[in-house]
Ligand binder design. Structure first.
Ligand SMILES: [Zn+2]
Length: 182
């Protein structure tokens, strides 16, 4: 459970810390709004995992490209966002696109680093689907880099996580990376 009172106090202090008047009109409701936002993020995590499963005999690579995601870098609490490409080779269990989207959102909407987010998505799918293999590629723009000018705006960071046959079988891995254009 998020502690809304703590978040409200913290946001008020943050505003004071940067020299703003937290009681001026535009900011008066901001601590409450930020607290509600975090409550909403947390609610996304509570989706029913059991709804995840559909059974099928399809045993070729399933690839879902360009799932949009939004996350927050844990170093600056600024967004990083972009696309996730997910592939797996089923072993009796497949899952629908909406489940993948919800799984990504549940894992992404908390303080994260891109590498861990990539690994956690792969681990989650491995646990849920028990597939023969999973491949996950993330490409993201980090606002903490773009806004702070350390790197050129729009610069993309790419990470990947491979499990099972995607690790062991070079042809599976190459097919996956070719299909996602990496
Ligand atoms: Zn950052």
């Amino acid at each position: 459970m998020v502690d809304k009172e703590k978040i409200k106090k913290a946001i008020r202090l943050l505003l004071e810390g940067i020299g703003e008047d937290p009681d001026r009109e535009g900011l008066r409701e901001t601590p409450e709004r930020v607290a509600r936002m975090w409550e909403e993020f947390e609610s996304f995590r509570n989706f029913d995992m059991k709804l995840f499963e559909e059974f099928g005999s399809y045993d070729q690579m399933v690839l879902v490209k360009d799932i949009r995601f939004y996350s927050l870098c844990e170093h600056h609490l600024l967004p990083f966002f972009g696309k996730v490409h997910i592939a797996y080779i089923p072993d009796g269990v497949i899952c629908g696109l909406s489940k993948l989207v919800r799984a990504v959102r549940a894992i992404a909407l908390r303080p994260q680093v891109q590498e861990r987010l990539t690994e956690e998505i792969a681990d989650f799918l491995e646990e849920q689907l028990k597939p023969k293999g999973v491949g996950v590629v993330l490409e993201a723009e980090h606002l903490c880099m773009s806004m702070r000018g350390a790197m050129s705006p729009g610069h993309l960071t790419v990470t990947s996580a491979l499990r099972g046959v995607f690790l062991k079988d070079i042809r599976t891995r190459e097919e996956f990376l070719k299909l996602v254009g990496k």
